[in-house]
Unconditional design. Sequence first.
Lengths: 382, 299
Amino acid sequence: MDLFEYQGKQYFARFDIPVSPGDKADTVEEALAAAEAAGYPVVVKAQVQVGGRGKAGGIKLADNADEVRTHAGNILGLDIKGHVVKRLWVEHASDIEDEYYASFTLDRAAKKHLFMLSAQGGVEIEAVAESDPDAIVKLHIDPVVGLDAATARQAAVDARIPEKALDGTADILVKLYRCFSEGDCDLAEINPLILKPTGEVHALDAKVTLDANASFRHPEWAEYAETEELDERERLAKTHDLQYIGLDGTVGIIANGAGLAMSTLDVVNQVGGSAANFLDIGGGANADVMAAALEVINFDQNVSSIFINIFGGITRGEEVAKGIVEALGRVDLRAPIVIRLDGTNAEEGRQILADAGIPESKLRSEPTMLDAARAAVALAKN
Amino acid sequence: MSIFVNENTKVIVQGLTGGQGKYHGLRNRDYGTNVVAGVTPGKGGQDVEGIPIFDSVADAVAATGADASFVAVPPKAAPAAILEAAAAGVSFVVCITEGIPAQDEARVFNTLLADYPNTRLLGPNCPGIISPGKCNIGITAGEIALPPSAEGPNVGIVSRSGTLTYQALYELKQKGIGVSTCVGIGGDPVPGTNFIDCLSEFQADPDTHAIIMIGEIGGSAEEEAADFIKANVTKPMSAYIAGVTAPAGKKMGHAGAIVSGGKGTAQGKMDALAEAGVKIGLNPTEAGELMAEIVAKLS
């Protein structure tokens, strides 16, 4: 789950990481109030989960109320690469003497935490990695051991962060590591981490990705879930607890198992079609789950055909088939279904579908994944 | 022969009194697996359809001599359950639990590495392992796997995805090809056992003659496997990688299946494996057909 900048900063504050005083604002009036509270000059920042906000006019400096009014009015509703700005973050503008970069993430190959630090902040770290890889200090941290203050300070020295910023940087690094590990982040990144002329170090931006699997021990995350950037289809799927990702093709996909669902998208693509979604209904393809899945697919106006791809393992074919027949009775579908049912008791399942008296214009069975994909793509193109 | 588990493996089920544990634990026993005990704290002395329950893994191991454990408990309890099994001296732990936080997985993995180097963890979030005809630990439907033949050739399967594993087993069965062992390593970011661990065992196993590998987007495990194959695997292989059309930045069902920063793409993985001499199928069926061709040449 990706957090917006303002949420990331609020999350940082829970771990005592210094951030600029500020507040979120959904209207020009709220922006003015936030600016008064933060103290001028302020920065008005668009809250969207996409890079390049500054270039798109989504970040503006304001010295007084008139400027806040102008900028907030312009930025709210602005379309930044398809993301419409609904919320602003207004914070006190910092004087910047120097900019650094710090992040913690999981290195899946090493199976350790990866700590990256650079004295070249404020630009994309990928660009630094290209142009000057030696400018990035990379350190693996054993998750059982953790990061102590001495190691953090040495890393700052190695990254050639200036003497006057060392203590402040090391202090923030230890806190950011705590945020990453105890706070169950997949990614905790500060870019830029700034040095002020006064000698203080603080986080000017916040990029945080939370591990949704850990939400059971973070009741405070509930508010982030409410603001998650989902399209309407994804929101509907979420109410049904379905593993759904919206795409922009025309073949609706339902499969049991994440791997099979991914594979189904691939096969549809291979035969010249495009998938409208990823949808994994898991092991238990009963009537309730199937009906919910069909309802979500049916909601998508782009869908012209539906490809149900089920491999029966422990879930037996006849149970899946009964589930589909029952679900079809509950949902009035716009698009025809092509089903491929294979695995345990698949023949009994196909027989149940054949005996259900559903016209072939609404439901047809194909023996293999490829045949079914071809049929679904052909229907989508008609 | 087979890898990791065989007809002599003695299995305890942690969570045998719970819904998932009972369902799959009993199915495993019905398949012929030596399920010798269950563990549920506070329920020691009871039994589940004749299988004795113990309060701790240590008690169960002391009483039965079990050397493998099947962990079927919820995400909150799974990390402690895995470490309890390791501390009790269990050498092979299969954890099917989905939804364990990545930070916990990383801590468990590194704790095992440092303190219990003799314990191998398979999973979490995996379908388990089956050596057809001998031992089935996990959620695989045993009847879709054909046992290996004495004369061979037999195939080993290693996969990151559950349903695609079943698909592979099923396609081989339809073609009359026996399977030595099928290992589902799971789709999480920090799997206890990886492709290389399994490939290395399959290479050493005299009854495995060819190998199918099923990968998916995310991470670099397939690329690392490709390097290993190039240097160490002489047995013929076919592979399939799911997620060619997966959009960047989205987790495709599995916590570990995500293309981020342009890394972990299916194409990159297929190229690396092809370069290592592995035959690449563009869908699971094609990978199965390629394996049938390989087996035909071997027989």
